[in-house]
Write a protein that binds this ligand. Sequence first.
Ligand code: NAP
Length: 553
Amino acid sequence: MGKASDKMIPDCDVIVVGSGFAGIYALREARRRGFHVRGFEKAPDVGGTWYWNSYPGARCDVASYYYAYFFDREVVRQWNWSNVCAGQEEIQRYLRFAAEHCGIVDLISFNTTVRSATYSDDTGLWAVETLAKETLAKETGANETVLCRYLILAIGALSEPKTPDIEGVQNFAGEMYFTSYWPKDKVVDFRGKRVGVIGTGSSGVQVIPEVAKVARDVHVFQRTANYVVPTLAGPMNPAIVSSLRENPDAVRGKLRQTYGGNQPLNIGKHRFHELDEAGRLAALERAWEGHYVALAFWDAHLPEANAAISDFVRGKIRELVRDPRTAHRLVPWDHPLGGKRVCQSDIYFQTFNEPNVKLVCLRETPIESVTRDGITTSAETIPLDVIIYATGFDAMSGPVLAIDITGMNGLSMKQAWADGPMNYLGTMVNGFPNLFLPSSAMSPSVFSNMATLAEQQIDFIFDTVSWLEERGSARIHPRADSQKRWREETLQSAKRRPGALTTKSWYSGANVPGKPRVFMVYCGGFKRYHDACSAEVEGGFPSYELLPPAVST
Ligand code: NAP
C-alpha cells in the first residue's frame, strides 16, 4: 500500500505540472530558492488556459493593468499591453515572454500529460507518471516515472472541458469545435457556413458575435440567459502604467489587501441606501456608461443593491435587442447578477439584431439530439455545417480528478473527494502530504484576479516548503478538522453572496450531471484568505500535521 516505487532517492526536489500563470511562477520560485525542479505541460507551449482557449473573440475581462505578474520589475517594465482587456493571443505571448525572461522554459517537458501521482508511505516521495504525446514518445522514449519530494499541480481551475451531455454529438458529419480546445493547426473559416453555437457563458458570449460577423447564419442554443455587461476594453492609460512600473512590489502588496486581488478601475461613490430612486437610477446609468455596472454602488454586494443592479441590466437588454420576443428570452430571470459568472461584451446583445442570427431558447424547445446534419430540438431540425460547443468545464475538482492521485495508506483522491472537494486554504489535502493544488477549489479563485492569486498561492506554497526544509525535509498535510473548518467557512462566506447558493452554476458543480454539489469558491475575500495563509506561516502551521522526514530523504 502506498508503495509507489522501489527507488529511495528522488529524481528532483519539486515537480510542477502546468505552465499557466501559477506554473511559470512556481518553476521560477523553485529554481530561485535552489531546488532541483522539473515541469510537465501537456500543451506544446506555455500559457495554460490562455494556450487552449484560442477561439475567436477570446479575451480577458480583468484589466490588463492588474491581470499580470508583479514579482519581477523587468517583466512589469518591459511588457506593453495593447488594450485594457488583452486578447488571448497577447496574453499567451506575455506568458511566453515571462517564462523566457525567468529562464524556466528549458525546465519544462512539453507535450507531456501527467497520468498519475502516487505517494509512498515508505519513502515520502511522489512518483509522477507521465505520458508524452505518441510522436514524441517514439522519438525519445519520453514516458517517464519521476520521483520528487514536493508536487505542485498548477493545472488550473478551468482546464478540464466538460463532456457535452447531449445525445448524438459524435453523429454530426460537419465540423465540430470546442471553445476550450480550439484548433491550432488551421484557421477555422466560417464564411458562408451555417453555424450552431451551444452555450452562452463567458466563452459563448465572446465567440458568438465574432462568428456572426462572417457566417451565413448562426443559431445560438441558449439554455440559461446570462447577464452580459460592457467590457473595460480600450486604450491603456499611460499614467496608470507608469505608476505600476514605479514600484511593482508595492502594487503586489496592495492587491493582496483588496477583496478581489484587483483594483477596480471605477466603483460607485454612494451607498445604496444613501440614494433615492432617481439617485440610484443616475448611479446605475453612470456605471453602465463607465463600464462598472456590477459595482454601481459602494455596497453593491447588499442583496437589495444587487437586485437593483440585476433589474437595471435586464432593462438594458430589452433596450439593446430590437425584437421584443428575442429580448425577453435573453433576459436572465432565474438568478441574480453574480449567481453565475457575469459575462462581458460590448456587442453580444446587438448581435441578435443581425438578420443572420437566431436565438433558440432551449427552455422552450430543448435539444433532443445532435444528428448527422444538424441539431434537432423538440420543435424542429436545424441543418448546420458547423457546431461550436461553448459548454464549459468540469471546474475546480475536474482537473485534479483527471489525474490518478494516490496519497497516504493507498487513499485515492477520488475516494477522498467522493462527496466533493475537501482541502485546507485551497491548497493542500489531508492524507496527501507535500502535494499542492494552487487554483483549485476553496480558494478565492474566480472571484478574484487569478494572476494575483497565482503569485500569492505559489508564495504561500514555497513558504511552506522552505519551512519544511528548515526542519530536515519533513512532510506536511492539513489536519482533517482544519479542512472541515475551511469547507464550513467557505460555505458561510457563500451565504453572504447574492445568488451563490441558489443558482445552478459551475461554482457548485451543478453544470456536470452527477457531480457532488459543493460550493467551491471562497467568497470571504482575497485579503482575508491571504491573512489566513500568512497566519499559518507565521504561527508554524498550527492547522497541519507535521510528519517526520522519511528515512531515505
Ligand atoms: P460556462 O460558463 O459553464 O457556460 C457553459 C454554457 O454552456 C452555459 O450557457 C450552459 O448552460 C451551456 N451548456 C452546457 N451544457 C449544455 C447542454 N447540454 N445543453 C445546452 N447548453 C449547455 O462555460 P464558459 O463559457 O466556457 O466559461 C467558464 C468560465 O471560464 C467562466 O465562468 C469564466 O470564469 C472563465 N472564462 C473567462 C473569460 C474571460 O475572462 N473573458 C472567457 C471565457 C471563460 P447553463 O448555464 O444552462 O448550464
